[in-house]
Design a protein around this ligand. Structure first.
Ligand code: ATP
Ligand code: LTN
Length: 333
């Protein structure tokens, strides 16, 4: 508990361009959580290093992700928005937790297996211990809840296992976190292959709408989206392409799927796709404008970063000190 509120922790990797899937499935659902919880949102730049980054681009991407959190509507005075790498307790606790994590457990992580297959030329130890760093992120803030997509469920389970193992030996050091599913965040699928999730690392750029895509690009991608040979706009299992577009439309226009289906009854696919594109543009355009505005407010952003880094470090160091003491690491007074 912090300020009588339960703690919520999450973040995204500062890798490449975020997609509409990241926004509708994650970020958009985070905006009001601070009313009920004490919220920490990390820019997970240490996790990004598991894949080779070009320093100049990486620096920009990480800062832009922090700006995007704010532009999307996370109030930086009420939410702690900070860079993972600015709080050294993350790396330090990750080391301690490495000594309480079994190689066999890490070997079972599906994300590791997938990423190792994808980056066969760079299967580094960081990729293998990625879940341990993620456990450190969460446990440092004594988080009660972690809002993440289903793909991260296994990482949350290993976090709980590590914390329970540590607590069983040393007493109540860490809060055991639970996943937070909230009001059903949507899962957005690729526009080119609606059986597969929309992903920022997809090689087919036409499958993903990036948050910084301009209106013409969004319209083109929506027009090219894979549908089916039928003509009815309805949400059905055998119509994954149309259903995905309906999901995108409903989520962007703030309507239910049923309302959207009614609206497009008797409307052809062409007209429907244009309406989807317009709804997406109406959501992304203000977000893009706010990002460009904030990018120019260098002093304001720098001051926020400093303030939030300090706040994060305060809570993180408190937990780190407790864990080190329990382990018997000596302190200098
Ligand atoms: P990558 O392609 O590099 O694995 P990603 O696009 O899957 O990345 P992550 O950084 O792994 O994105 O995820 C950030 C957050 O966005 C997570 O909470 C994840 O569940 C959510 N998310 C990612 N893609 C989608 C999607 N298509 N629909 C809904 N939520 C998504
Ligand atoms: N692996 C996460 C990003 C992440 C995270 C975390 C999420 C790193 N550390 C701690 C929640 C809590 C992902 O969504 N790809």
């Amino acid at each position: 508990m912090i300020n009588d509120k339960k703690v919520l922790y999450s973040g995204m990797q500062a890798t490449g361009n975020l997609t509409l899937g990241n926004y509708l499935g994650a970020l958009k659902n985070w905006l009001t959580l601070n009313e009920e919880y004490e919220c920490f949102w990390g820019v997970m730049d240490l996790h990004s290093l598991t894949v080779r980054q070009v320093p100049s681009e990486f620096r920009k991407n990480a800062r832009n992700l922090l700006i995007l959190y704010i532009a999307a509507g996370l109030d930086p005075k009420k939410n702690c928005i900070y860079f993972q790498s600015h709080v050294s307790a993350h790396a330090e606790l990750a080391w301690l937790l490495n000594c309480f994590t079994y190689v066999g457990e890490l070997n079972r992580m599906t994300q590791y297996k997938e990423k190792a297959a994808k980056h066969a030329d760079n299967v580094n130890a960081g990729l293998f211990t990625y879940p341990v760093l993620m456990a450190a992120d969460i446990l440092l803030y004594q988080a009660d809840y972690v809002p993440v997509g289903k793909d991260q469920k296994q990482h949350l389970e290993i976090t709980r296992d590590i914390a329970e193992r540590f607590n069983a030996i040393y007493g109540d050091v860490f809060t055991i976190p639970e996943p937070y599913f909230g009001k059903g965040g949507t899962k957005i699928m690729s526009l080119q292959n609606p059986e597969q999730k929309m992903s920022k690392s997809d090689e087919n750029v036409n499958g993903s709408i990036y948050l910084m895509d301009d209106p013409d690009t969004i319209l083109r991608k929506c027009k090219r989206a894979v549908t089916d040979s039928g003509s009815e706009v309805c949400y059905r299992e055998d119509k994954p392409g149309v259903s995905n577009l309906l999901e995108i439309y409903a989520s962007c226009a703030g309507k239910s799927i049923e309302e959207a289906e009614k609206e497009f009854a008797g409307v052809g696919y062409g007209e429907f796709k244009t309406a989807v594109a317009e709804a997406v543009i109406a959501v992304l355009k203000p977000l893009q404008d706010e990002c460009s505005r904030l990018q120019k407010e260098k002093d304001y952003i720098d001051a926020l970063i400093k303030e939030n880094d300090e706040k994060a470090a305060y809570f993180a160091n408190k937990t780190l000190r407790k864990a080190k003491k329990k382990l018997g690491l000596t302190e200098v007074r």
